[in-house]
Each structure stands twice: as C-alpha cells, then as structure tokens.
Design a protein around this ligand. Structure first.
Ligand SMILES: *[C@@H]1O[C@H](CO)[C@@H](O)[C@H](O)[C@H]1NC(C)=O
Length: 220
C-alpha cells in the first residue's frame, strides 16, 4: 500500500522531474517513460513495448475502465505550462424568465440555484481513458479544479415584451502536463512511470455572474 515513505519519495521525485522538463519527444502524442527509483533518472530506451499510456492512466485510482496494468497506488498531475489561450464557457443559472404574454408589469424572479464548472483531462489520440473517474487522484496539486457560481438570491426584473436569463461566465486555461504514476509492485520493471502530453482544461479564476435581457423576438 501507499506508505508515508513512498509519499515523501514521490515528493522528491516530483520536485526533481519538475525541474527537468519533459524529455523532448513527439509533442502531439502522449507517451510514457519509466524512472529509476534510486536515481530519479529516466531509464534510457525504457518505453519498449510496455503498457500503453491508456492502460497506465486507467490504472489510476477511481478509473472505471479496465487496464492490463495493476492498480496504481498514486497518480499525480503536474502542469508543464499553458497550451493555448484562455477561452470562456457560459452557463445559465436556473431557468430563463419570460415576460412575453400580455402582462403590463415586470416579472420578477429570485435565483437560488447554482451551477458548476469542471476541469477535463484528455489525450490527443485517445478517448479511452476514464478521466472523470481518475481526475480526483490526478488533480492533487491544482488549487481548484471545479468552480461554483451561485444565484445568491439575485432578483431579476424582466420588463414586458422581454425575456431574460442569469448567466455565469468562466474563463478556462488549457494546459499541457504529465502524470506521475506510482505502483506498489513493478510494472515492466519499474515502480514509477510518467505519462507526458496529457491535456487539461481547468477553470481560471472565479466565474462572473450577470443578467442578460433580450426582446421576446430574439433568442437568448
Ligand atoms: C422593471 O424592471 C426594470 C429593470 O429591468 C426597472 O428599471 C423598473 O423600475 C421595473 N419596474 C417596476 C414597476 O418595478
């Protein structure tokens, strides 16, 4: 099982590997490298026909996908930097509010609902990895992977002839990184593996909420 000793070692190992950036290999594809337990150095030509990156990642705790590799003790995500510019995702809090009948007065609605923005992991060349399952174990080290936007009793007045909605806008920052994987027993000769070129789309900062109004003839 995962011991404190292993944990301390993995910490040192992580610090080492963070300083020594990912070995330059085909930049668009994920690949896996074995590390020597004693020296913390990559094992030369270690990839051979070992387990696939998919099997390595699916051996992480929480994955629901089958893996040919034994269950890993620990998987840790580490960012190698931004991969592209920020973009936004918008979500509607609660339901849109209509005032499109014959009312001459405002329709007022108070929002108490909330919505969440989550992170997603992916690999360029495969979708066969259970990232939702393993993300909890992968994300240690990231300050937050999920943000929440609350209605907070925001009261919306929708005038006659309009409809409106209360939206939350979240910035996302795409990143590339690698995943350290630690096994209780050797996998193809080694306790430590690292999968490179894993992509993460994570929320950046907190979501911003705002009301939005349109005439009844226009789509929200
Ligand atoms: C109706 O809502 C608008 C804002 O959308 C507000 O300016 C106006 O005062 C409201 N009217 C009444 C009667 O509450």
């Amino acid at each position: 099982m995962f011991s404190i000793k292993t944990s301390v070692f993995l910490g040192l190992f992580a610090a080492f590997a963070a300083v020594n950036a990912a070995p330059a290999a085909n930049a668009d594809h994920s690949y896996a490298i074995q590390y020597d337990r004693r020296t913390g150095q990559p094992v030369p030509n270690s990839r051979r026909d070992g387990p696939s990156t998919t099997d390595l990642l699916n051996s992480c705790p929480g994955s629901s996908k089958k893996s040919s590799v034994q269950g890993a003790d620990n998987c840790k995500w580490s960012s190698d930097g931004n991969a592209g510019s920020q973009y936004t995702k918008t979500k509607v809090i609660g339901e849109p509010i209509e005032n499109c009948g014959n009312l001459k007065t405002n329709v007022t609605h108070t929002f108490s609902e909330s919505t969440t923005f989550t992170s997603t992991f992916s690999l360029t060349e495969t979708s066969e990895v259970d990232f939702p399952g393993i993300s909890a174990s992968l994300t240690s080290g990231i300050s937050h992977t999920t943000t929440e936007a609350h209605g907070n009793d925001f009261s919306m007045d929708v005038p006659p002839g309009q409809h409106g909605q209360f939206t939350a806008v979240q910035y996302y920052q795409p990143q590339n990184g690698h995943v350290f994987i630690n096994y209780g027993d050797k996998v193809d000769g080694h306790y430590y593996w690292t999968v490179y070129n894993v992509h993460l789309d994570a929320p950046s900062g907190e979501p911003v909420t705002q009301p939005e109004y349109k005439g009844c003839g226009e789509a929200l």
